[in-house]
Design a protein around this ligand. Structure first.
Ligand SMILES: Nc1ncnc2c1ncn2[C@@H]1O[C@H](COP(=O)(O)OP(=O)(O)O)[C@@H](O)[C@H]1O
Ligand SMILES: [Mg+2]
Length: 404
């Protein structure tokens, strides 16, 4: 807690991810929403090169047009992977000045994508023992990888579309076998995705073998792991957010994002529609706030109920905490509902779904902080070491003793 009695939230964003800019928008929205009577905010921006910065200038989106100027007006910082140390240290310490830039009580990760939403950053916070909002390492990693996520959900009886997965190496070494495997299990059209990317980057719907080869080649530029799925042709997409933890969580109202082409594209998500989206409207991107959407989604009550219940089940099955968004696909030809994916740090933290469900953005952040602090407290009760030192016992086999 700061000297003024307020809890200091470190909002971490940016990162070595193709979604770096989107994360800046999510973070700025969150920092604006924080209840300043209760909290202080320390912005912590991770650059595309992986360097960490703090400073007030990071709170204004127009400053991101000139990155060199932005960095020059900020303090470069780092955290030490030492348990119990919750300080941000200055990289360039000035004489007679403290080397501490800030002390953080709780981290709010507002990052998206690879190296960010996949457990990497969460691992760093586990090392320091600093409480952080959102999913832990395991849930983040499983939620990010579209292959493990689908394996776990399918195993738990949650409906997902049929899929085949492969590695880039397999593709380079045994292309024909991979094609046979895909065509043996799925009929065209299919959809090819890098397993751990986001924002529709590297994703292509394909209608024949020639295009399949191109799409897999393209996907291998983004990831070592590729998933090929059955393509739902008469697709209606519905998203639903879940807030809470394993013990207690609730689903928001549902939304129906509107797409301009065959798949929901990067432009649809962040630039308000087709390719000229942002320009057409003449407005700057506001992250997921820019998506054209219907809230609440107009659906039969029974379908809404099914989606909300399945969203909660998905959240629990993957062991999530905090706020996540679960994206569904309805096949309008058959009426079947599938979970497409989970976003463990959803764009804009899904605040617009919670506002529509009666939870204001500042209250949402409040809940995220409470959940983070509670999880951290609970973790501290678990045994992490034995009192006995095994080196005080005589070990028959010497230091090479078995690991039984
Ligand atoms: N199996 C599928 N059938 C039809 N369309 C799909 C399928 N999977 C994804 N899409 C389309 O592609 C978009 C992006 O895919 P998604 O799996 O959500 O990846 P991302 O993590 O990049 O958002 C979806 O929003 C949807 O429009
Ligand atoms: Mg998606």
């Amino acid at each position: 807690m700061n000297r003024n009695g307020k809890t200091n939230i470190g909002v971490v964003f940016g990162g070595r991810s193709v979604e770096n800019e989107i994360s800046v928008i999510t973070a700025i929205q969150a920092m604006e929403a924080v209840d300043t009577d209760k909290y202080d905010v320390t912005p912590i921006y991770i650059s595309k090169q992986g360097r960490w910065y703090t400073g007030e200038a990071l709170r204004h989106s127009e400053n991101y047009k000139h990155m060199d100027q932005l960095f020059a007006s900020c303090e470069e910082v780092y955290m030490r992977p030492v348990y119990g140390d919750n300080r941000l240290y200055k990289v360039h310490r000035r004489p007679f000045c403290s080397d501490v830039a800030a002390e953080i009580d709780v981290i709010l990760p507002a990052l998206h994508g690879t190296n960010c939403e996949d457990g990497s950053v969460q691992g760093a916070f586990e090392m320091t023992g600093i409480p952080y909002a959102g999913c832990n390492v395991l849930a983040s990693a499983n939620g990010m990888d579209k292959i493990t996520m689908k394996m776990i959900l399918a195993q738990s009886g949650i409906p997902v579309v049929d899929y085949v997965w492969l590695t880039d190496k397999e593709w380079y070494d045994r292309q024909q076998q991979v094609i046979d495997r895909v065509e043996g299990k799925l009929n065209y059209p299919v959809i090819v995705k890098p397993a751990d990317s986001g924002s529709s980057v590297g994703i292509e719907a394909v209608h024949d073998r020639e295009h399949l080869i191109e799409a897999i080649e393209n996907a291998t530029a983004y990831s070592k792991r590729i998933i090929v799925e059955h393509l739902v042709e008469q697709l209606r997409e519905i998203n639903c957010s879940v807030l809470g933890d394993y013990y207690e969580c609730e689903a928001s109202v549902c939304e129906a994002p509107v797409r301009s082409g065959e798949i929901l594209s990067y432009q649809d998500k962040y630039l308000g529609g087709g390719k000229g989206g942002a320009k057409r409207g003449g407005t700057k991107s506001q992250g997921m706030r820019s998506t054209v959407r219907e809230i609440p989604a107009r659906l039969p009550q029974q379908t809404t109920d099914l989606i909300r219940t399945t969203a909660v089940e998905t959240f629990k099955t993957l062991g999530c905490d905090g706020v996540a968004r679960i994206d569904f696909m309805i096949d309008e030809a058959t009426g079947k509902v599938y979970v497409n994916e989970i976003n463990t740090i959803p764009g804009s933290l899904s605040f617009y779904l919670w506002e529509a469900s009666g939870v204001s953005f500042d209250r949402l952040i409040d809940r995220l902080v409470d959940i983070a602090l509670r999880r951290s407290r609970e973790a501290s009760f678990k045994i992490t070491s034995y009192k006995e030192n095994i080196f005080n016992y005589s070990l028959g086999g010497g230091t090479k003793g078995s690991k039984a």
